[in-house]
Design a binder for this molecule. Sequence first.
Ligand code: TMP
Length: 204
Amino acid sequence: MKGRFITFEGIDGAGKSSHVEWLAEWLRAQGKTVHVTREPGGTALGEKLRALLLNDDMHLETETLLMFAARREHLARVIEPALARGEWVVCDRFSDATYAYQGGGRGLDRSKCQILEHWVHDHVQPDLTLLFDLPLDVARERIVLANRVLDRFEQERVDFHERVRQAYLERAQHHPGRICLIDANHPLENIRQKLEQIVIERCS
Ligand code: TMP
């Protein structure tokens, strides 16, 4: 039995995280063993790196290297062992986020991301990536309504988030077999139906 690796992506406020747990429960109801995890994070060390990445000011290349350092740990200790056991991994963000945020948002040379991607996970790619997309003003409104302390990325200006969104959409164009675009501006029920349908089509 082959395990499956599904990642969730999107700009801040796209609402993807609320669908992660739901999809995992739906998969469990189909008899799968499912691990829900996230990036940056997913291991004890990764969660420490997450706290630094979300709160401390740092050089762009340091930020990128730490994202991939956390990812290496995550792959080695959680993702790869689970897939090897034939289990499913549902992960809130993965390397597409580095291309979108550090590459698109902050302007890191794409080739540097590619070098790190090859080094860290040349042999592992998600089977399916669900990219939640919606207009920036709607995403911003959701963040404001949540009324919580914003992290370093959420505090960025609108033009940063617009570049992140565009970089995600470009990745979806370049990887149509893996990345599936979800219109996140629809009612929850419609989105869930769509997720079921996509997972059945692409991961059976
Ligand atoms: P989250 O709020 O979806 O958990 O993600 C945390 C933040 O980290 C989010 O604003 C996007 C950012 N991020 C990057 O900038 N690069 C990455 O590679 C990853 C995984 C996340």
